[in-house]
Design a protein around this ligand. Sequence first.
Ligand SMILES: Cc1cc2nc3c(=O)[nH]c(=O)nc-3n(C[C@H](O)[C@H](O)[C@H](O)COP(=O)(O)OP(=O)(O)OC[C@H]3O[C@@H](n4cnc5c(N)ncnc54)[C@H](O)[C@@H]3O)c2cc1C
Length: 323
Amino acid sequence: MLLTQGVTKGCIRAASAAVRHVNSWSSTTWVSCSRTHIMAGRTALIVYAHQSPTSFNSAACKVAVEALQEQGCKVLVSDLYAMNFEASATAKDITGDLKNPQDFKYGEETLEAWQEGRLSEDITAEQRKVEEAELIIFQFPLYWFSVPAILKGWIDRVLSQGFAFSLEKMYDNGIFKDKKAMLSFTTGAMECMFLPDGINGDINVTLWPLQNGVLHFCGFQVLEPQIFWSIAHTPPAVRTALLVAWRARLNGIWEEKPLSFASSALFDLSFQGGFRLTPEVKEKLNAAPHGITTGHHIGKPLPPNNQTQADTENAKTISDILT
Ligand SMILES: Cc1cc2nc3c(=O)[nH]c(=O)nc-3n(C[C@H](O)[C@H](O)[C@H](O)COP(=O)(O)OP(=O)(O)OC[C@H]3O[C@@H](n4cnc5c(N)ncnc54)[C@H](O)[C@@H]3O)c2cc1C
């Protein structure tokens, strides 16, 4: 009971702020007219992972499709459970003869298969969608602090070596550096449980592997995550308001500033240098009050909200120290 009350109060505050934000958008009709004009011709891909069409995730997906289409965007949806998308990365992902069936190495075989156009049809179809899209939204319920297995399978199989990354093309030199990506997800836990002193630990730490290790690694400009906290314990009216706020956010999505990550120029990108921060950079960073990012904490306190907010003071402080 206490738990539900806590959730309710927090959600109502968030929803009223969201509704205020929505009103400020809808009062300027000319903005939405010119926005439709500007956004026409753009393509967005929603990679959606929920089993049920009556779920909140399904509702969030539908809102995104409608909001983006209203802007004149082409919207592609990969409904992974409906597609019965294969989650396991296996030799079946390669058509034709394997290079080394006795000592099968998925990364090497798929790189060669991609170069020769021999990846399986389901992977190739998803890769075509990724190529076409300028924005990818991943819509899913948080499972075990991460994505559901079917979505992890999409990541493993579709974002293959050569197509999505290489050692020369990663992070801010990454293949998809002109594209945007964002995580939109629901949780079972309340927001306070994912604070730095909450039982689950800092949400910024939870998001680091997906946002840095997958999206930024492939070069994507990562937008702030859209998090629907403890959605099953949120009152119906607040859930409705959250969807209205989500729609309003999508109206401005193309102009959003991405999250800050560490520039690869700070690192010695050689095997000899170990791909580590250069000694000169480390010396300058002695004056920094926080680490550079959630991952690059260099033994200092973590920069607050590094994986949840684009406009952090820390990014500016670090860049001032380094210039
Ligand atoms: C394997 C597994 C692992 C998990 N791991 C984690 C974890 O690590 N951390 C964590 O926090 N949670 C975890 N969870 C919980 C999970 O994240 C939540 O159950 C999930 O996020 C809830 O989202 P949903 O879309 O399924 O909600 P639903 O239960 O489908 O929806 C919530 C409510 O919204 C209603 N709704 C649907 N459509 C609308 C609409 N249009 N307008 C208003 N209301 C609507 C539904 O009727 C329902 O009452 C895990 C769950 C599983 C099964």
